[in-house]
Write a protein of this length. Sequence first.
Length: 371
Amino acid sequence: MSDPHGRLLVYPDASAHPTSIRAKAAIFADPKSRTLLQQLDRVAPADAPVLIVGETGTGKELVARHLHSQSGRKGAFVAVNCGALSQSLAEAELFGHQAGSFTGANETRAGWFEAANGGTLFLDEIGDLPLPLQVKLLRVLQEREVVRVGSRKAIPLDVRLVAATNVNLPEAVTAGRFRLDLYYRLNVATFELPPLRDRHGDIMPLAEHFLSKYSEKLHVRPPVLGLDTRRALLSYAWPGNIRELENVIHFALLTADGDIRPEHLRFAAAPQTAALAPALSPIENIAAQLDKLFASTPTELYQSLEELIVRRAFSYCSQNQVQTARLLGISRNVLRTLLKRLGLISHDAAADEYPELRLVPASAETGRAVS
């Protein structure tokens, strides 16, 4: 649907999942949303993996379904919640299994990858996938074939993978919870869904949609949202995003004795306290933490912070000096001096010429590099 109120995406058979935290509808009316939709439509026909990042309730699965609908693929759209997979059976659920391959495997079954053959497989909460399964998932993506548990026969696949997460995958990589090679494989086309509080232009069209939807179900005339009610909806922070907005409108419709007024809106917190200033930028967050550090009268603070920044940047860039220098906005020579001082690279000429090939192993006792 394309109109002045924005394009509407609706979850199919939403009534079958009344308690789900997923967003049941998304509207692309806000300028940020319209730009995002244009980018999604350009990427949809490709076979490249897509990574969707956003808070819970922002509509990540709806976006994945839209990508599938616009892709031209004839196969099914299959959605899997990685956080809900049983660790003991996750491999069999994803990749299938042969009869007798483990206790309880009484018959041969295809996995979710085979079910999505010719279509799209949506892996939600992929950041929760256990590390051993991440290795197997990477192999399936590279080889474009799957081997069922208990079998040696590879089954060719034509599956477009769309993954989603509400966690910071680069941070998960640094913490050792997510494989860097899998992250690179998934991070071909990444789309970040802004939270509802950052796309005000979508709030009222969504509210009107849910008002119409539940008015029809309750067989009542859609009530009017007065100016004060609209102000309250627009000033609230919406920590639960689209799903919370749907619940607020539904509850208001059930309790209002006519038109919906601000007192009918059941927010998680009072609107006047929940209205947020724009979210702090990473630099502003760091500044706030620095104030706390200053108050604790630390010693050698500058050296500690410099070391922290260099070490984290070097790790984030997988020990690549060129990328690290570019990330920090310093020259490679300055970076080498810092890396040598911290013992992260050696001092010999060969290491200077080919630093990526001569990283010095860390001492087991000190955790610092040995020169």
